[in-house]
Design a protein around this ligand. Structure first.
Ligand SMILES: Nc1ncnc2c1ncn2[C@@H]1O[C@H](COP(=O)(O)OP(=O)(O)O)[C@@H](O)[C@H]1O
Ligand SMILES: [Mg+2]
Length: 612
């Protein structure tokens, strides 16, 4: 779609650059990919061995038939031996039944393995992405991620299951057929195989074309899915409708969908003509074999009628196998393009990992003193730093407020405290421990964050609250909501705490969402509380009531509040004023007002007359 600002790929440090080119042979990166794909199957090698055995048995059963046919034509019929005829026909029937049964068992086992491998891959990608950190997601479209997890891995599944069984069964079938053919007559065998090198050569050409097309197709599909995700959501529809862009969005979608359809056709048709030529050639072979075999027979060259019939039967089972093998080779090429895309995600460096030997703080023991020591911070990929030399002590059990104009770096400072990013310079400590030396989990348990933008899951209110603390009792939910001044509102809803919150919480107003988010964090009862403009969407009366309640929860807790309205921080023990990523002033409300600096200016600009 053209609506999103074209973030391009997920921007992973020059990753897939060398891969997936249009070259004929496998690039080194792709060889590595093939090895990685094989490694995925390692846990299932026992089942795979069973599949192999079944396939070999099936192939062996398949080549028995022509020999039975030869017995019928050369011995049973000319010698009028009815018993031999019955045995041979019985054998033919038995072989058919056994092959079908083997086929079903083998298909079941290999589908299971294929699905398990895909499941493993899905889980691996999801788990990896969960630890990718915030930066990755600010650079990647949601739809793109979904597309890789569902569409790419989904398409791989069909290919992987097919490829595996096709390679083995065709391989075994071809081998057995050739051996049996050689046992019948080597001259006819050689003649039957002359077309093979040509077929293999042709197939390689087709394969490389397919790989390129499939890569394009998946990128297009990801674009489309990202566009759908963006434009067909509550916010997307709101934007489209209010901007009067509905038609344009439909047009853009139409163009993208057409592009995808074209690529689908191209990938489906790639090499079809080559294949058709090959298949036609193959279809001529039985006739030519009759000619050559008949000639040998008439010339007394040791070929019997039975041999000829059996040989043609083998040939007609050989060619589909060869065809299957070639098709599989083409599929391998396309699936490699899919694997490459998925491996790209798996290879993106994890940013959210615990350092070796990370300390797990017991939240109950945390005092909550935070120190920022000469902290500099530049967002990954950003040109200029967002924070410069922040040196600050946030005393335990006290209320510290961060204020400043929009863009001064308040939220960024909060991100660093919650370790959503690491500082580019300097360090941040909690009770003397560098945040980077703490486990993620214990940091999250020690520091509760109410973010500027609240995000609610599509689930009931109770479930949203329990996402923060799964074991919380109903009474605890109510207590937290009472503090956040939202209990009354929830109780007034027909379904109460069972009310389902619409996607991204759209059934609630901004202020209600903020209060829910606050209740969610209060429920976790963290020793340090970080509130990023958590009261900005509340009306003055609610805000007053809530700041009273907050005072109650704040007791004995370290509170860092990023405030929009200065009225809420009047009683803060320390107010820190940020401007352009630097600390410009600090002190209490009265001190800063008296100083007549930038805080006094902010206070003067605070337009709400009720708060002056
Ligand atoms: N993901 C990001 N990448 C690059 N720059 C960012 C990002 N987020 C914020 N910034 C920049 O960092 C600066 C501080 O932003 P922020 O901390 O959100 O300000 P505040 O919360 O004080 O309004 C701004 O100049 C903003 O443009
Ligand atoms: Mg902010």
């Amino acid at each position: 779609m053209t609506v999103h600002p074209g973030m391009g790929g997920p921007g992973m440090g020059g990753g897939g650059g060398g891969r997936g080119g249009p070259e004929l042979r496998l690039a080194p990166g792709q060889k590595a990919d093939v090895r990685r794909v094989l490694a995925l199957f390692r846990p299932y090698r026992r089942t795979l061995l069973a599949v192999l055995a079944l396939i070999a048995l099936g192939a062996a059963a398949g080549v028995v038939s022509p020999f039975l046919v030869r017995e019928i034509v050369d011995v049973a019929l000319p010698d009028r031996r009815e018993d031999l005829l019955l045995y041979a026909v019985g054998g033919l029937i038995a072989v058919t039944i056994v092959s079908s049964a083997l086929g079903v068992t083998q298909a079941m086992l290999s589908t299971r393995v294929g699905q398990s491998v895909m499941h493993d891959l899905r889980v691996a990608v999801y788990g990896h992405l969960q630890r990718m950190g915030l930066g990755f997601f600010t650079r990647t479209r949601t739809g793109e991620i979904q597309s890789r997890i569902f569409s790419d891995i989904g398409s791989m599944q069909a290919v992987v299951t097919n490829v595996m069984t096709q390679i083995v069964s065709s391989g075994a079938g071809i081998l057995m057929a050739v051996v049996a053919m050689l046992a019948l007559d080597w001259r006819l065998t050689l003649f039957s195989l002359i077309a093979l090198p040509f077929a293999v050569w042709m197939n390689r050409r087709v394969g490389s074309r397919r790989r390129v097309i499939v890569k394009q197709r998946q990128e297009k599909a990801a674009d489309l899915s990202a566009g759908i995700q963006e434009s067909l959501s509550v916010s997307g529809i709101l934007l489209g409708l209010t901007m009067g862009r509905t038609r344009a969005l439909v047009d853009a979608f139409t163009a993208d969908s057409r592009g995808l359809a074209d690529l689908e056709v191209r990938s489906e048709m790639a090499g079809r003509w080559h294949m058709a030529v090959f298949t036609t050639l193959m279809a001529l072979f039985p006739a030519l074999t009759y000619l050559l075999g008949g000639h040998l027979l008439l010339a007394g060259g040791g070929v019997t009628i039975g041999t000829l019939v059996a040989f043609i039967a083998l040939q007609s089972s050989l060619f589909p196998q060869v065809n299957g093998m070639l098709r599989v080779a083409a599929q391998v090429n396309s699936s490699l393009a899919l694997f490459t895309r998925v491996f790209e995600y798996l290879d993106a460096p994890l940013t959210v990992v615990d350092a070796p030997g990370a300390v797990a703080l017991d939240p109950a023991q945390v005092r909550g003193e935070i120190r920022l020591e000469h902290v500099d911070f530049t967002y990954p990929g950003a040109e200029s730093p967002s924070l410069h030399d922040i040196d600050l002590t946030i005393p335990a059990g006290r209320h510290t407020a961060l204020v400043g104009t929009t863009g001064s770096g308040k939220t960024s400072t909060g991100y660093l405290l919650a370790r959503l990013y690491d500082p580019s310079g300097g360090r941040i400590t909690l009770d003397g421990h560098d945040l980077r030396e703490l486990t993620r989990e214990s940091l999250a348990a020690s520091l509760g964050v109410v973010t500027q933008e609240t995000y609610l899951l599509h689930a009931s209110i109770a479930e949203n609250l329990r996402f923060a603390r799964p074991g919380a009792s109903d009474a605890e939910l109510v207590a937290a909501c009472e503090i956040a001044q939202i209990h009354e509102h929830i109780s007034s809803l027909p379904d109460g705490y069972a009310t389902v919150v619409g996607e991204r919480g759209y059934r609630f107003s901004g202020g209600e969402k903020q209060r829910l988010a606050l209740a969610r964090t209060i429920l976790r009862d963290p020793p340090v509380l970080l509130l990023d403009e958590a009261t900005s969407a509340l009306d003055t009366a609610t805000e007053r009531a809530m700041s009273g309640a907050l005072d109650a929860v704040s007791r004995g807790r370290t509170v860092i509040s990023i405030a929009h309205r200065l009225s809420t921080i009047r009683d803060a023990d320390q107010i820190v004023v940020l401007s352009h990523g630097r600390i410009v002033e600090r002190g209490t409300y009265a001190e800063l007002l008296a100083a007549g600096g930038s805080f006094a200016e902010l206070a003067a600009r605070d337009t709400d007359p009720a708060e002056r």
